[in-house]
Design a protein around this ligand. Structure first.
Ligand code: ZN
Length: 196
């Protein structure tokens, strides 16, 4: 699977040499680090990441290999090889919810490393993609903020003008209703507000 420690890496770091693997991935190690056999009795399967020594009967997978090599329990070896908590901090784009991703036109799907890619090419591609998603999200947020601010300003302007209209309207209505000294009585004040 992905991100797993390979048996070949552990065997190499333990100083083992091995024969060219056959098509099933089986290879003979030059020695067994557990019993010291030097007659090729330790078999490695580099496809399945398992090992077996025909002399000391040591066998298992990557975790057992590491555990035996370092005198650890399988549990300790597992915790060393695969710490429970990932130390890699998440990219900010990885915190976005599916709904947020969809709102900026991205399909919320998990992208996976194509098997033919090298890890470094994959990580670079992954970072570029996440950077791109994050930038789109920041621009989207900025747009939203600006739209909200614009609407808020319009509302504020409208509500500042409203009392004024009403006041003037009321004044005109009062003036219209009250007989003035010179007898002026303005019937058109009813539509005064909308004329502005
Ligand atoms: Zn052995």
């Amino acid at each position: 699977m992905s991100g797993l420690v390979r048996l070949s890496d552990l065997a190499a770091s333990a100083g083992l040499l091995w024969s060219r693997p056959n098509r099933r991935g089986q290879a003979k190690a030059d020695h067994c680090p557990f019993c010291g056999d030097r007659k090729g009795n330790l078999e490695l399967n580099l496809h399945k990441d398992v090992f077996h020594c025909w002399v000391c009967d040591s066998k298992g997978g990557v975790i057992s290999f590491y555990a035996k090599l370092h005198g650890l329990s399988d549990m300790e070896a597992k915790q060393t090889l695969y710490p429970r908590h990932r130390t890699r901090p998440l990219h900010p784009a990885e915190h976005l919810t599916n709904a947020q991703l969809q709102s900026i036109g991205f399909l919320p799907m998990r992208i996976q490393k194509p098997t033919s890619w090298s890890m470094s090419a994959w990580l670079a591609y992954r970072k570029r993609t996440l950077d791109c998603v994050w930038q789109a999200w920041c621009e989207h947020e900025q747009d939203e903020r600006e739209t909200t601010e614009r609407l808020q300003r319009l509302f504020e302007q409208a509500s500042q003008r409203l009392p004024e209209w009403r006041y003037e309207h009321d004044q005109r209505v009062q003036r219209a209703q009250a007989p003035t000294e010179n007898g002026e009585n303005l019937p058109r004040t009813q539509t005064g507000a909308s004329e502005r």
